[in-house]
Each structure stands twice: as C-alpha cells, then as structure tokens.
Design a protein around this ligand. Structure first.
Ligand SMILES: Cc1cc2nc3c(=O)[nH]c(=O)nc-3n(C[C@H](O)[C@H](O)[C@H](O)COP(=O)(O)OP(=O)(O)OC[C@H]3O[C@@H](n4cnc5c(N)ncnc54)[C@H](O)[C@@H]3O)c2cc1C
Length: 304
C-alpha cells in the first residue's frame, strides 16, 4: 500500500475521499493541480477528527474553504486537503447571537441575516468565502469587517483539543489575524459566534443591493481571487499596478484585469505559474519604481 493509500484509509471514516482531485475545480481562480487525498467533510466533528487522523499518519493537512483567496500550485498540494462543508448554524434564544460552523458560506449567511432583519453584516453579502476563511483574513468590505461582529471562535489545536477563543485574542487586523501571521499554524477554525442587532429587513436588503451594484460595476468578470494585494497606506494597490504599466498585461491565459488592476484573472485555462508570474512582475515593478513592497492578500499554497 502506498503512503497516499494509507492516508486515504486513515480518513475515509470522515467523509467522501478522492485521490488526485484537481483543485482547479475548487478554487475561484480555476487553477491548481491535484490533491494527494481530497476529503469532503460535512460536519464539524468529521473536520476535526480528519485533521487529527492525518497528523497521526504524519501527513500535511490543508483546510480548504471556498478557495477564494488562494493560488494553488500547478503541482497541487501534498497530503490531505479537507473540503470543509461543515455548515450547522444555531441561534440564541433572543435570535441575535449566531453560532456558525466554519464551512458555512459567509455571503449566504450575511444575506440571510439581512432578509430576517438582523443588522451587522450587510457589507459581507458579496464576499465569496466560508466563515473559516473570513476569520483567517478578518474579511471586510465597505468599511465593515468580521471583527465588528465576531464574539469568539472555537479552534482546534494541533493535538485535537478544541477551545473557544475570544475575538480580541485573534489579533484581527486589516485582512489579517494570528493565522495569517503564522502564530496559529496547524490550528483549525471549527465554529464562530457572531452578535448582531435588530434591524429592518427592507432597509438591510436595500443596503445589500447597493453593495451588489458597486461590486458589479467595479469588479471584472472572469475567474479570480478578489484583490491580489492589500492596499498599502500610501496608495491603493490598483493605482500602483496601473502606474507601472501593467493594466491589461497577460501571460499565457492569465491577465491583470484592465477593469481593476488589483484583480488578476484566469480568462481560459491559465496555469498557476502564469498567474504567479504576473504577481511577481507587479511586486518587482512597484518595488523598483516606488520603493513600496506590495503585501499579498492571495496566498500561494501547495508545491511551488
Ligand atoms: C470576486 C471576489 C471578491 C472578493 N472580495 C472580498 C472582499 O470584499 N473582502 C475580503 O475580505 N475578501 C474578499 N475576497 C477574498 C476571499 O473571498 C476572502 O478572503 C475569504 O474570506 C476567503 O475564504 P475562503 O473560505 O475562500 O478561504 P480559502 O481561500 O479556501 O482559504 C484561505 C486560507 O484560509 C485557511 N482556512 C480556510 N478555512 C479554514 C478553517 N476552517 N480553519 C483554518 N484555516 C482555514 C486556508 O487553509 C487558507 O490558508 C474576494 C474574493 C473573490 C473571488
């Protein structure tokens, strides 16, 4: 039996297992090679137990949300990739505090809250990730961010112990947290608790529709992972990329959008290598011409 088969056997009790699943099918960029072992976990317990089983088998683990903020290498990801579909949601008696499993769609949850008159998340209706990914990046838009409503998060450590951690202890900043800074390496977000306030559903849906319209106008079509770089304090990233002459630049079937230069787009069958080349080119030119180091929002993952 190969190591990959052994790993597949170790996790098969926790969901559907596929070998060599192409990750291009599971990322918004539509690029990325195979996962050695790809497990679809449909509840929080399976998610947590699969992580422990893979660690016991000495295999690396990658938790995949909606794949909306990652660039997966053409060579794929070694070890176990867990497709997180844990989506249970419970409300407190007063209906204002929600406990949501980390595989829940953040946008769908936010839209539902608007519909039922719970205020605090209208800004999030267009963010295409899971709650887990939203915690990792402190997802935000239009002046709001998850930290505004997040109370606490249940996190499993490397040894499989799960504990609630209060939001202020997660170091949430603009598109970052203890996770993005490598301080919580190997830990898994299982659930998040958010506190909302009563609102008027008609007004909240109108507010959400306004955000939808703004996205439709500003953001390009084509497969992408949202903003590629964080905005440096000096200037928005798109302006810097535009100023170094990269608006509309292409490499293979990847491009820097001519509509919004901080969006890098796969307009066909781009390879991760092509997208990465454009990202490096933008970093290099902005550094050289402006002395500004662009910080990536999109994470490179897998075997580069
Ligand atoms: C069109 C478009 C528009 C976007 N607009 C915005 C925006 O306005 N604001 C914004 O903030 N972002 C935006 N994004 C980026 C993205 O949607 C967010 O960063 C989102 O929160 C990522 O969630 P995800 O589930 O897709 O994470 P993934 O991309 O699947 O994973 C990202 C990282 O988080 C880790 N991770 C995911 N789940 C867990 C978990 N349960 N436990 C531990 N680690 C985990 C992964 O291992 C990986 O390292 C946009 C993306 C797109 C494609």
């Amino acid at each position: 039996m190969t190591d990959i088969e052994r790993l597949a056997q170790a996790v098969e009790a926790f969901g559907d297992v596929r070998l060599g699943e192409r990750l291009a099918r599971h990322t918004t960029f539509g690029v990325g090679g195979p996962a050695d072992v790809f497990l679809t976990a449909r509840d929080g317990e399976s998610l947590g137990r699969a992580v422990v089983a893979a660690r016991d088998a000495d295999a690396p683990v990658f938790i995949l949300g909606s794949g909306s903020n990652i660039l997966v290498a053409d060579a794929g990801i070694r070890g176990l990739v867990i497709d997180n579909r844990a989506r249970r949601e419970t409300a407190s008696e007063d209906g204002l505090t929600y406990r949501i499993e980390s595989g829940t769609s953040f946008a769908a949850f936010a839209r539902k809250m608007c519909r039922i008159g719970k205020a605090g998340l209208a800004w999030a209706v267009g963010i295409p990730g899971t709650l887990g990914g939203a915690v990792v990046y402190n997802a935000g838009a239009y002046g709001g961010c998850l930290a505004d409503v997040l109370q606490r998060v249940r996190i499993q450590d490397e040894d499989g112990r799960a504990d609630w951690i209060d939001a202020p202890d997660l170091g949430l900043v603009y598109r970052g947290s203890v996770f993005t800074r490598g301080q919580f390496e190997g830990r898994t977000v299982l659930e998040a608790e958010v506190a909302l306030i009563p609102g008027d559903s008609v007004a909240l849906l109108a507010e959400a529709a306004g955000y939808d319209a703004r996205r439709l106008t500003a953001q390009p079509r084509g497969r992408n992972a949202g903003s590629t770089f964080k905005n440096p304090p000096e200037h928005p990233a798109w302006k810097l990329i535009d100023a170094v002459g990269l608006r509309g630049a292409t490499r293979g079937e990847a491009a820097i959008s001519d509509r919004h230069c901080n969006f890098f787009v796969n307009y066909g069958n781009a390879r991760a290598e092509d997208v990465a080349w454009l990202i490096h080119e933008a970093e290099h030119r902005v550094q050289e011409q402006f002395g500004i180091t662009l910080q990536r929002e999109v994470a490179f993952v897998g075997e580069w």
